[in-house]
Design a binder for this molecule. Sequence first.
Ligand code: HEM
Length: 141
Amino acid sequence: MYSATEKALIVSIWEKVTPHTEQWGGEALERLFTVFPQTKIYFKHVDTSPGSAAIRTHGDKVMKAIGSTAGDLDNMSTTLSSLSNLHAYNLMVDPVNFKLLSHCILVVLANHLPSEFTPEAHLAFDKFLASVASVLSHKYR
Ligand code: HEM
């Protein structure tokens, strides 16, 4: 459950992310592959070298998927249902990796939004990304 304050914080941060989904999504993935290189195992068919166009394209998709649920948190499991199937059944991503990516996304947001990313916004966004991760991996349970 989210408080009205948390919902408002998530929406207001997401409004700032929207124009930059490709760049910031790419930066988050680049961090993921650099800091946690074991995650590259899922992307053998993708060019994961720093600055690759494929990373930016994929980062854009990931950020837009997150954005699709930012304004409607109570319906997240419906909104992300097909992505949940994809990650759980087709890609079989170990759930621990969602925490790693969430961490990288938080670092990118903190970098780009130094004044907006207050401790309260950090807390709300951490909770939000943990919910996204839970929905994307809930089919494992
Ligand atoms: C594909 C979102 C976490 C591995 C995708 C796609 C989206 C997405 C939107 C594209 C689906 C399509 O093209 O139909 C997300 C979100 C995540 C997340 C919102 C969490 C915040 C992860 C993690 C991994 C991962 C942690 C592994 C470390 C993949 C792979 C693909 C994929 C391998 C397929 C890439 C390809 O073949 O082009 N994801 N993802 N995802 N995701 Fe995720």
